[in-house]
Design a protein around this ligand. Sequence first.
Ligand code: Q9C
Ligand code: ZN
Length: 353
Amino acid sequence: MKTFHNPHHAAHAGQQEMFRGRMVPCHEVPARLDFVLAELQRRPLGALQTPEVDDAALDAAIGRVHSARYVDFLRGAWAEWVAMDPANAERDALPSVWPLSNRHGFRNDVLPANFAARLGLFSFDSGSPLTAGTWAAARGGAACALAAARDVSAGARSAFALSRPPGHHAGPDFLGGYCFLNNAAIAAQALRDAGHAKVAVLDVDYHHGNGTQTIFYERADVLTVSIHGDPVTEYPFFLGHADERGAGAGEGFNVNLALPRGTGFDTWRATLTTALQAVQRFGATALVVPMGLDTFEGDPISGFTLKSADYFAVGEALAGAGLPTVFTFEGGYAVEAVGTNAVNLLEGFQRSA
Ligand code: Q9C
Ligand code: ZN
């Protein structure tokens, strides 16, 4: 399989995130991608290349899953942050005021002129710093997702979008969970637009793929399935429960498989079988796998106990679906192991595909 890697990824390098009342160093760091790239050089799976997509096509693909007002906000955010105070050039932008939801009587239909307020309007947490290079990096990641989807729709069995920042927590008009543009959703929509009638997204990151779920929640042409830590105890807390099954035309086309913190590989693998059965029943013609490696036993912010060798079996099981498959790179914060774990999964897939 080809890997499309994002040459702009390191432009996004947050300094700190808010955690339990203090600022701590970011978990989502540029070295994550460098470790995967290094492992792919040691154990090649196919060509390693940067994406070649033209600006207009990329903007169109992003606009298929994100709102115009959100994309405009993201594109201009850093300049506005620095315009608030020139000293901000040295600091990451983080929100500190949120409208919550209409349930609380707050409005989200009036765009505040104040940038700090707008940052809160478009964010759902204080752990996702926006930096000088965030837009360039996120856009470069979206280009990887689009290039991978095109490669697969042109007949490749699989392709890997190796990009950061990750994407699966980003929704139609919000960022959060270290994510800004939803690469998996961009790939899924690009596969639909290239003629795949039914696309399934099978999210194996430790955290529920809330952004992807929300983007496709009312649609019957994209099935979203996620295996994740139970949101009763795990981030993102406010979405990812089993009773979220889709709405309207999308009723029955969202599947959440939540597992308790501490779950090991036997149970996780059985749950993957359940997820793959849902993909099969749906009749998908293409598959997108938001590939988080934060299910690893050594992950510093997660609670499953998969071992490095288990990822070969994960890849093999995914190959068993027999579908053209796009992988996107999501979480995984045991930085030194993330390259091994990612390439184990992809090698397992490629070996049995
Ligand atoms: N600062 C992904 O794995 N942790 N995102 C909350 C608050 C957020 C994980 C801590 C975890 C997000 C792509
Ligand atoms: Zn995650």
